[in-house]
Design a protein around this ligand. Structure first.
Ligand SMILES: [Zn+2]
Length: 145
């Protein structure tokens, strides 16, 4: 299956086990949906700088209602009172971003580092994700200087 067929699969799609990443060109290894071209360019650049060992398959910017719906679909518990901005569905390597909470490039990099931490450790635990995210944020900071 080619990546170009992804949009029609919408977010209920699951990724068949055994898929492998295409190596060599970062731009074609994952799709970004729902972002403005500027925002997508920023995000791709940040991910390139963070250079995670595991890339997502798909990153989706969605409005808040859709974010909640996706979380519910994946039976993800979002604690009330804690502002959830992004989440990662590990089996499909999909990252969802609540675009209604978007606060700029720094915000994007900070929280994307966390989500990429989940992917790198293949763990849903927050401390596992943060342990890796700290290194990614260091790389972002270094690149921004
Ligand atoms: Zn997390």
């Amino acid at each position: 299956m080619k990546l170009a067929t992804w949009p029609i699969l919408f977010f209920l799609a699951t990724v068949p086990a055994g898929w492998t990443q295409t190596l060599g060109n970062d731009d074609i290894t994952y799709t970004v949906q729902g972002a403005t071209p500027e925002r997508e360019a920023v995000l791709r650049r940040q991910i390139q700088v963070m250079n995670p060992p595991v890339l997502p398959y798909k990153i989706r910017f969605v409005p808040h209602w859709q974010y909640l719906h996706a979380a519910k679909t994946y039976q993800l518990h979002i604690p009330t009172g804690m502002a959830s901005k992004m989440f990662t569905h590990l089996p499909s390597r999909s990252i969802f971003i609540d675009e209604d909470l978007y606060l700029g490039e720094e915000w994007l990099g900070h929280w994307m580092a966390h989500e990429l931490g989940h992917l790198a450790t293949n763990s849903a635990r927050e401390d596992d994700a943060e342990r890796v995210a700290r290194e990614y944020r260091r790389r972002l900071e270094k690149a921004g200087r």
